[in-house]
Design a binder for this molecule. Structure first.
Ligand SMILES: [Mn+2]
Length: 425
């Protein structure tokens, strides 16, 4: 069997927006708008530079139906680059770009082959002895295990299974085309080129089962380097599986401890230092899209709660001041706590203490809690999956989704308290 390298990518979501980055000022705006395209160009350039034998795209090439033909034209142009370099491309469609989701279509360059959706299809690369097996999604929701219908391995070939799957329901991803790792391992293929889960991971070696992750993170829950898998095969045996980065905007959580900040100026200085450190340590030359998280037992807590808009503007100004295209602040999240805890307040004999005791009791009032759960509960059920999956740990929305009315009431406490105890400027 041959020696060659190939590139395995997935979840390109071409032309989908990066969430939370609207309102960007300056030269980085264009970079953010075109990030998924630029990341794809980086990947294609890398495939050509590395001289890969072929490229596999394991689903969700498109984010959904094209707004116009430009998305398809861009893809064709990139495929043309690979065609010139003599590199074939094998494309499988997933839940986002399932047959039923895409109404527009363009004829593709001759080096591109698309896996059919009615049954598994096999493509052979006879010169290097490779067989690729795959089945595209016909519709968005594939709830059956597709693996049993995939054909057995072609004897004497290097067999690759291409599949878009939630596997067993991993990390907030809808469990489409579910299957077990054991199903894949038992199939007799050498490599499973998976897609759908947006995080690079090698789930099994010999045979290899790999998620390459997406090419470009699209929101704060997709932080860090993103890219594709570059796979080396020597005499039919897999050698290295390397992650190559293709992201042009990198998402990053920036925690800022405010325990020692005693003035607004010192708060801003802490934010500046944290942003500088993140750019130096994590950006690797990319534009860093940051979520600043203010935390700690902060003397400035009461002054900061409710000042999110101001803090966001200041944090963005600081980021822009670091230099051109270095950092952008998506959001400033308030997670500080007051130096005095709730118990101290509740013990006070004044009106504030009374409010605190009242709110404490509200959390134990079954009638109030039941009432809180009813109407919003119905509304929450209608939220799209993406919104529900987006609800962060510890957020008010997450508490509401989990029917945790007690946490909802508790979330009101620190806000009211800090508003009522904030000193006037
Ligand atoms: Mn998917």
């Amino acid at each position: 069997m041959g020696s060659f390298r190939f590139l395995h990518a997935a979840d390109i979501h071409l032309d989908s927006p990066l969430r939370g980055l609207t309102g960007q000022e300056g030269s980085a705006a264009e970079r953010i708008r075109s990030a998924t395209r630029e990341a794809f160009e980086v990947m294609v350039g890398r495939a050509i530079a590395e001289g890969v034998a072929f490229v596999v795209i394991a689903g969700d090439l498109y984010d959904g139906d094209w707004r116009d033909y430009r998305t398809g034209l861009f893809f064709s142009a990139q495929m043309g680059r690979l065609k010139e370099a003599g590199i074939p491309v094998f494309v499988l469609h997933g839940n986002h770009d399932a047959q039923s989701q895409i109404t527009r279509k363009l004829d593709l360059p001759g080096n591109v082959r698309v896996f059919g959706a009615r049954a598994p299809e096999t493509f052979l690369l006879e010169d290097i002895g490779v067989a690729l097996h795959g089945q595209s999604f016909s519709q968005r929701e594939i709830r059956d295990n597709l693996v049993p219908a995939y054909p057995g391995p072609v004897v004497g070939a290097f067999n690759i299974g291409v599949l878009h799957t939630g596997l067993g329901g991993m990390g907030g991803h809808e469990n489409y085309a579910p299957c077990a790792l054991a199903d894949l391992v038992a199939k007799g293929y050498a490599y499973w080129a998976l897609g759908h889960v947006h995080q690079f991971q090698i789930l099994h070696r010999r045979p290899h089962v790999v998620f390459p992750g997406n090419l470009q993170g699209r929101h704060i829950r997709e932080p860090g380097a993103k890219g594709a898998a570059l796979v080396s095969v020597q005499d039919g045996e897999i050698g290295e599986v390397a992650m190559i980065s293709s992201d042009v905007v990198r998402w990053c959580l920036v925690p800022v401890a405010l325990d020692a900040a005693a003035s607004v100026a010192e708060v801003l200085e802490c934010i500046r230092a944290a942003l500088e450190e993140s750019v130096a340590g994590q950006a690797e030359g990319r534009l860093l899209a940051c979520r600043v998280v203010l935390q700690g037992r902060a003397p400035m807590h009461a002054r900061l709660v409710g000042a999110e808009e101001y803090l966001l503007a200041e944090a963005r100004a600081i980021a822009l001041g670091l230099g051109a295209d270095l950092a952008w602040v998506e959001r400033v999240k308030m997670a500080t706590q007051p130096v005095d805890d709730v118990g101290v307040l509740a013990a006070r004999s004044d009106a504030l203490g009374e409010l605190q005791r009242m709110l404490n009791e509200a959390g134990g009032d079954p009638d109030l809690l039941a009432q809180l759960g009813e109407d919003p509960g119905q509304m929450l059920l209608r939220l799209p999956h993406e919104v529900r999956a987006d609800a962060e740990e510890g957020s008010v929305l997450r508490a509401a989704l989990e029917g945790n009315q007690q946490a909802l009431v508790a979330s009101v406490l620190p806000y009211l308290t800090s508003r009522l105890t904030a000193e006037e400027d």
